[in-house]
Design a protein around this ligand. Structure first.
Ligand code: HEM
Length: 421
């Protein structure tokens, strides 16, 4: 390709264009080869696509800060800010924090999701999955997005945190309200309403913290109080840590939904893969890992430059919004052999960036792996002859940095129908 023929990828690429969804990886491949860091004027975002550059940026928290990740693209109208000011400090999310402030928050959350803690949650996670499957197993055909992939990760995270299961819809709504605060298509009135809901979410968490302060329980909220509030060196106020559970709740839900639907799409679309997984369920963890590589639900995440940075042959200015495209790194041939092939037997199957890496590595990775494995295992066990519904294609989520399906119809032969036949 000559320079004259080459049209800037930043002009052509639009992550919100549904017409480009199926050719997303072709854009990444072209970018890695010809324009590894490109700028989109439409979104005012720099996209970083090569694996090495992404890893370097993730390690370099001095120049690539998370500090502005949850800042709105343009300042909120004063009416919206006034509502948010009635809430609690914005700072103490994990995702918008850098070391050293990030370090104790991360340590506290990671401790709660250590391998051994996660193993102890297995029976409860299994019980939640079985309860949901009980609700539809006799139906023979469902949108598995709606019936399992959406509610299951939400119920798990609500349960681990220690909130009542019956509040799950409200918590999810509050999570959505928070996300909509960053939408540039809402009116000031709608933003004010979203801000009010976000403050209500914070107050709900604060009340739950106060209850645990009076009467500690065996849940993540009590654990966070012990680690962050009771620690004499940190001594963070309960108001200062309300955003930690909110961060966990919002980070641990849609990601799980998208991953589960990706695993099922791959599995049900490939009879050979299905045979392998059915005949040896020990293959399920590799199915989960390869799905995270092949179609990372967190397609990329933002950083902001604290200084001018030379990368991929261009100069990224100071204060720029940068999207580290994890999905592109996962398909970089410098990192994975034959990256466009879905292969659960690849030697480096867990070396993807599906959970990020380094400082902001996903603390929920172990529980996510656990819940995903259990969901696939139980679906195969309890839904005989599980298959796709050919005339109901999966529905894609439209999102800037999340990717995957939000709906997937499946059918199977329910036990009652099979025995009646
Ligand atoms: C399949 C499910 C999941 C996927 C694909 C996923 C992916 C990720 C990724 C890529 C990051 C790194 C963000 C960055 O680089 O800035 C991250 C961070 C995070 N995840 Fe997950 N996640 C999942 C499930 C969960 C669960 C179940 C929880 C909690 C129970 C959770 C809690 C978090 C939190 C709190 C962070 C922020 C960590 C930090 O900034 O230090 N995630 N996740």
């Amino acid at each position: 390709m000559t320079t004259e023929q080459f049209e800037d990828i930043g002009i052509r690429f639009d992550p919100m264009d549904p017409g480009q969804a199926e050719v997303r990886y072709e854009f990444w491949a072209e970018a890695r080869e010809h324009q590894p860091v490109f700028y989109s004027e439409k979104y005012d975002v720099w996209f970083v696509t090569r694996s090495d550059d992404i890893e370097a940026a993730m390690k370099d928290t001095q120049r690539f800060t998370n500090g502005s990740v949850f800042d709105p693209a343009k300042p909120w109208p004063p009416e919206v800010q006034a509502v948010l000011d009635r809430g609690y400090p914005w700072r103490y999310f994990l995702g918008n924090n850098d070391p050293p402030e990030h370090t104790p928050l991360k340590r506290a959350v990671s401790k709660a999701f250590s391998r051994s803690q996660t193993r102890a949650m297995e029976a409860r996670v299994r019980e939640i999955a079985n309860g949901l499957i009980d609700g539809f197993v006799d139906e023979g055909m469902v949108d598995i997005g709606e019936r399992l992939a959406w509610p299951f990760p939400a119920l798990v995270v609500v349960d681990v945190l220690g909130f009542p299961q019956e509040d799950v819809e409200q918590l999810k709504q509050w999570g959505d309200d928070w996300v909509s605060l960053f939408s540039d298509s809402l009116s000031t009135e709608e933003l004010v309403a979203a801000a009010e809901q976000f403050v209500a979410f914070q107050n709900y968490v604060l009340d739950a913290f106060r209850e645990r302060e009076r009467e500690p329980r065996e849940d993540l909220l009590s654990h966070l109080i012990r680690e962050l509030h009771d620690d004499p060196e940190l001594n963070l106020g309960l108001e200062e840590i309300v955003n930690v559970p909110i961060n966990i709740m919002t980070a641990g839900h849609a990601t799980g939904t998208l991953l589960m639907l990706e695993e099922l799409t791959e599995l049900l679309g490939d009879p050979e893969l299905m045979r392998e997984v059915r005949s040896d369920p020990e293959n399920i963890p590799a199915l989960v890992e390869e799905s995270l590589r092949y179609e990372a639900p967190v397609h990329g995440l933002f950083r902001t430059t604290k200084a001018e940075v030379e990368m991929g042959g261009v100069t990224i200015p100071e204060g720029a919004h940068v999207l580290l495209c994890y999905a592109s790194a996962n398909h970089d041939p410098c990192r994975f052999h034959d990256p466009e092939k879905f292969d659960i037997h690849r030697a480096d199957v867990d070396k993807h960036l599906g959970f990020g890496k380094g400082t902001h590595y996903c603390p929920g990775a172990q529980i996510a792996r656990l819940e995903q494995g259990i969901a696939i295992e139980l679906m195969l066990e309890r839904c005989p002859n599980l298959r796709l519904v050919p005339d109901r294609p999966p529905e894609r989520l439209q999102h800037f940095w999340l990717r995957g399906y939000q709906s997937l119809w499946v059918r199977w032969d329910p036990a009652t129908a099979a025995s009646a036949a």
